[in-house]
Design a binder for this molecule. Structure first.
Ligand SMILES: O=c1[nH]c(=O)c2ncn([C@@H]3O[C@H](COP(=O)(O)OP(=O)(O)OP(=O)(O)O)[C@@H](O)[C@H]3O)c2[nH]1
Length: 173
């Protein structure tokens, strides 16, 4: 089986590899069609889906090359019943016909981070600034830093990928 991930971020490729067994996984940067920092679930889902289709299409018409295209998108969003802003992550998988979607964990952003995101900054650079790190989004991610290392970005994203593969691996859909 051959799978393509729509991102050059190695954490996203690793998150897919963690859930697809011995498939070959390629990774390629593609447009997401949404801003660098998606806001709200709808925009984050749209980014994941566009990445999945764009990645799949790199395999040619009706993808002669890939069985599945996968898109992963990090965003910030709120939930009914909670006033805070959360880091959210969504995955989309397509086989060229159908699309599966899955979400990862949601982690509350500290107010000093949330205020900067609300003012237009992007989460990754804000986290690097607050933590004094360099490219944390390619390592443990905000998810790792905000949970004291109890999860990391790869495992968080892999949860979303597993959910998005549901319709392709379970008879229940
Ligand atoms: O889902 C996430 N889990 C994390 O633990 C995390 N830590 C930081 N970020 C940031 O969220 C923004 C959108 O992310 P994103 O999906 O656009 O990814 P990215 O910019 O890292 O890669 P890519 O655009 O090259 O694929 C970017 O500022 C990332 O830096 C995270 N997102």
């Amino acid at each position: 089986m051959r799978i393509v991930v729509g991102s050059a971020n190695p954490v996203k490729k690793a998150a897919v590899e963690a859930v697809v067994g011995d498939a070959t996984v390629d990774a390629i940067a593609v447009p997401s069609g949404v801003p660098e920092q998606p806001r709200g679930h709808a925009e984050t889902i749209a980014g994941a889906q566009t990445r999945a289709w764009e990645a799949f299409d790199t395999g040619g018409d009706e993808s002669a090359v890939y069985d599945y295209g996968v898109g992963l998108e990090g965003g910030v969003a709120s939930f009914d019943g909670a006033d805070d802003l959360y880091l959210v992550m969504w995955a989309a998988v397509t086989d060229g016909v159908r699309v599966g979607r899955g979400a990862g964990p949601s982690v509350r952003l500290p107010s000093r981070v949330a205020v900067r995101i609300r003012n237009g900054e992007e989460l990754g650079p804000v986290m690097d600034d607050v933590l004094g790190t360099d490219d944390i989004a390619k390592k443990e991610g905000a998810a790792g830093a905000l949970t004291g290392g109890r999860i990391d970005r790869e495992t968080a994203l892999s949860t979303a990928v597993a959910g998005a593969f549901g319709p392709f691996v379970s008879e229940l859909y």
